[in-house]
Design a binder for this molecule. Structure first.
Ligand SMILES: [Zn+2]
Length: 288
């Protein structure tokens, strides 16, 4: 007898591949991660109930606002991404209308506004959305599909740390396409399971854990991003990866952790060149 409670959130490849999912040797508390034999996407065995519970736990007013120590690095990353968007769209930033999907409390919206972009957001988590609105942003509280923006509303749609939460990424990417201008950009930031970090750390990689990263259930690599693009009417304009890590903080005695950290920093450049970093940024372009 099965209960609604135990139903896995994702029972087949979320990118629509045919065939079954096979267990991997990456074993999480919910069970082994499952791999699509066609595209290599990894998915969690978390139940619907576990997923919803973990998403609710992570709604708080601060959302993804970085603390003071992390803010300068985060701002630098946001500026780098904004500059890339401006270059690839080829319009002055003041004329670029940007939608940040899963904007949380508005950290990226703040960076975009400060840099001169016209930016608004979508966020389902009520408390985080309230914080972004209080900072003066137009934020739809709900999902992108629920927001029902008119077609061709935006030059760029960004989704940072969002797509790994989605059980139906094809529907969301198709909606992104609908609200984008012709040749508009969909910019996706997510983890990379083809990274050296994933290969070495397997289940020790915190990113894969729903209790550390609420709602993380679907894990990409460049090949599965290409499948997503191809199935939803985008071309892949650029995929870049960065960063290597071989241990999580607190997992090892401090001196050993420090040594591994130095070793992994030496590998940052080669990882970037080889496409084996664990932070992936994909820029997809809508074609007509
Ligand atoms: Zn697949």
């Amino acid at each position: 007898m099965t209960h609604e409670h135990d139903t896995p959130l994702i029972a087949s490849c979320p990118l629509g591949c045919e065939g079954t999912l096979a267990p991997t040797d990456i074993v999480l508390p919910e069970g082994p991660l499952m791999r699509c034999a066609r595209c290599g996407q990894l998915v969690s065995r978390a139940s619907v109930a576990r997923y919803e519970q973990s998403m609710a736990e992570f709604d708080d007013p601060r959302g993804t606002l970085p603390d003071a120590a992390a803010a300068p690095r985060r701002d630098k990353m946001s500026l780098r991404r904004l500059k890339l968007i401006e270059t690839m769209i080829g319009k002055p930033r003041g004329k670029i209308r940007l939608l940040d999907v899963g904007c949380s409390s508005g950290a990226f919206l703040r960076a975009a506004r400060a840099a001169g972009f016209a930016a608004e957001g979508v966020e389902p988590a009520p408390q985080a959305a309230r914080t972004a609105r209080a900072a003066g942003f137009a934020v739809f509280r709900g999902t992108l599909v629920e927001a029902a923006y008119p077609p061709h509303s935006f030059d760029a749609v960004t989704m940072f740390e969002v797509i790994e939460h989605l059980a139906d990424p094809l529907a969301v990417a198709a909606e992104c396409r609908r609200v984008l201008q012709p040749r508009g950009l969909l910019v996706i930031g997510t983890g990379n399971t083809a990274s050296w970090t994933a290969r070495v750390m397997k289940a020790r990689w915190e990113y894969l854990h729903i209790d550390r990263h609420g709602g993380h259930v679907s894990f990409y690599h460049p090949a599965s991003i290409r499948v997503l693009a191809q199935k939803t009417g985008f071309s892949v304009a650029r995929i870049a990866t960065r960063s290597v890590r071989f241990a999580e903080k607190g997992e090892l005695p401090a001196p050993l952790y420090a040594m591994l950290k130095v070793a992994s920093e030496l590998l940052n450049l080669p990882a970037r060149l080889a496409g084996r970093g664990h932070d992936m940024l994909a820029v997809l372009r809508k074609f007509d």
